[in-house]
Design a protein around this ligand. Sequence first.
Ligand code: CA
Length: 228
Amino acid sequence: MKKVLILEDEENIRSFVVINLRRAGYEVLEAATGTQALERLQQYPDVGVAILDIMLPDMDGFDVCRRIRANNKQMGIIMLTARTQEMDKVTGLMTGADDYVTKPFSPAELTARIDALFRRLGGDNGVSSELLTQGPFVMNTRNHTLEKDGARIRLTQVEYSIMKVFMQNPGRALSREDILAAVWGRDFEGDLKIVDVNIRRLRIKIEDDTTAPTYITTVWGFGYKWGN
Ligand code: CA
């Protein structure tokens, strides 16, 4: 049976999740503190997905996430957040989370996210994957996933499409119009700023230093370029 760990110190939320996930057919392990969660995961290394609350009594959920990722790149990690601030999402991505669920959430929503992660875990073993590899980046165009140094980078569909255009055109300066047409379609009549906004978000996710980007560089007055 597929194993899921739920780390949440509020007992009523935890039992709500446990009941619903068991009903959905998962084997569920519980933890009320970060320490407990890490112990559980050592005991049960076959946990496929961990759901981590952020506000905990002993450490924060990001620390737990970081510690899991230090020796496990495969496990699916969903952060449970009460706050919807963009900062939490960025911090979560930096520490290696795959997804977010904002409280209050419905059991159906949570189950759908967990199912999706399990499907992806299974999909990664596919033999007929199509890979684009450049520097530390590996894009799997079959699963629509991107990894940097072996760690998955969670992208929106639009961010993924932009990355694909870049990785298919290394070293070529692309105008913002080119990118807009390739990603949104020729007939899209949107503002070119949408390209800049998405590039800014992508840089946060993929660059080592956002203030001095080296992968996606700006071609002043024109657009962007992938690589040198
Ligand atoms: Ca909490």
